[in-house]
Design a protein around this ligand. Structure first.
Ligand SMILES: CCCCC[C@H](S)C(=O)N[C@@H](Cc1ccccc1)C(=O)N[C@@H](C)C(=O)O
Ligand SMILES: [Zn+2]
Length: 304
């Protein structure tokens, strides 16, 4: 029996219709996308609520991925393709390693698992417990967040602890905004499915969800790898101020250049300011309004 690339469709976590690049072989359809200009593929698997990854290929009998339980698989696959396209089209980067390597997403990880992560090789998504989170692949900003960790790991290599770790987290949130720029919120599409209008974090108002937005309020702690999900509010606020001042397109350029050219594993918030200023100077000149806007943004969060 022939095997071939096919086009399917399905419903995501929140019920939205999604066209899917799938693959047919011997009577079974797979979430396996061979349509991208990459040496590898984009593929989605399920851990079947265990913790063994990558687990098993997500499969379907008729290429209509419409079962409620398939929503997480549908969105992980669809959103990974969107983030791949973003990095390729906007930054000329071919997959997380710029070598077109395969992107693997595993969904249904664990039981009631309220998180998602990049494990050094692939993306992994929990289903959430239905109260704190719905399946996390249902949010494009979550998928962009996780895939950006992979990019960061292959470029700046920001150590996941203390300021470099909070910066690592912030880079993932800022690129999450670039993908899902309808609002300044993070995770709103999957956070507390029973409660409307809230989110896990806000870039414009970190305090709304318990994060600082100024160095005076930096939290010194050993918890959460030195507060990486707390102190990310400070560079996140600087990101909001920067993007609001210079616009999304210029911000994407200087953020990508800072991340891939100037930042290093031990970079702290002040190094991030310098890297973004240098990137702004590279693109627009050191006396440019863009340069000055970046300086002002970081001044406002108390980072010099
Ligand atoms: C292995 C466990 C820790 C990994 C943390 C991953 S990178 C992470 O930061 N995940 C994001 C998921 C996310 C992203 C955007 C929007 C909503 C949720 C995260 O922020 N996790 C929170 C819940 C945390 O770990 O505190
Ligand atoms: Zn993260």
């Amino acid at each position: 029996v022939t095997a071939s690339a096919t086009s399917g469709y399905g419903y995501g976590v929140n019920g939205g219709y999604k066209a899917l690049n799938t693959y047919y072989s011997s009577g079974t359809y797979y979430l396996y996308d061979v349509t991208k200009p990459m040496s590898g593929v984009i593929r989605t698997t399920t851990a079947k609520n265990g913790t063994s990854i990558p687990g098993w290929y997500s499969v379907d009998s008729n290429n209509a991925w419409t079962a409620y339980s398939q929503g997480a698989d549908v969105d992980a696959h669809y959103n990974a393709g969107k983030v791949y396209d973003y990095y390729y089209n906007t930054h000329n980067r071919n997959s997380y390693d710029n070598s077109g390597s395969t992107l693997t997403s595993t969904v249904h990880y664990g039981s009631n698992y309220n998180n998602a992560f990049w494990n050094g090789s692939q993306m992994v998504y929990g289903d959430g417990d239905g109260s704190t989170f719905a399946p996390l692949s249902g949010a494009l900003d979550v998928v962009a967040h996780e895939l950006t960790h992979a990019v960061t790991e292959r470029t700046a290599g920001l150590q996941y602890q203390y300021q470099s770790g909070a910066l690592n987290e912030s880079m993932s949130d800022v690129f999450g905004y670039f993908l899902d720029s309808g609002d300044w919120l993070m995770g709103e599409d999957v956070y507390t499915p029973g409660v409307g209008g809230d989110a896990l974090r806000s870039l414009s108002n970190p305090e709304a969800y318990g994060q600082p937005s100024h160095m005076n309020d930096y939290v010194n702690t050993s918890s959460d790898n030195g507060g990486v999900h707390t102190n990310s509010g400070i560079p996140n606020k600087a990101g909001y101020l920067t993007i609001s001042s210079i616009g999304k397109s210029a911000a994407e350029k200087i953020y990508y250049r800072a991340l891939t050219v100037y930042l290093t594993p031990t970079s702290d918030f002040s190094d991030a300011r310098a890297a973004l200023l240098q990137s702004a100077a590279d693109y627009y000149g050191s006396g440019s309004s863009t340069y000055n806007a970046v300086a002002n943004a970081w001044n406002q969060v108390g980072v010099y």
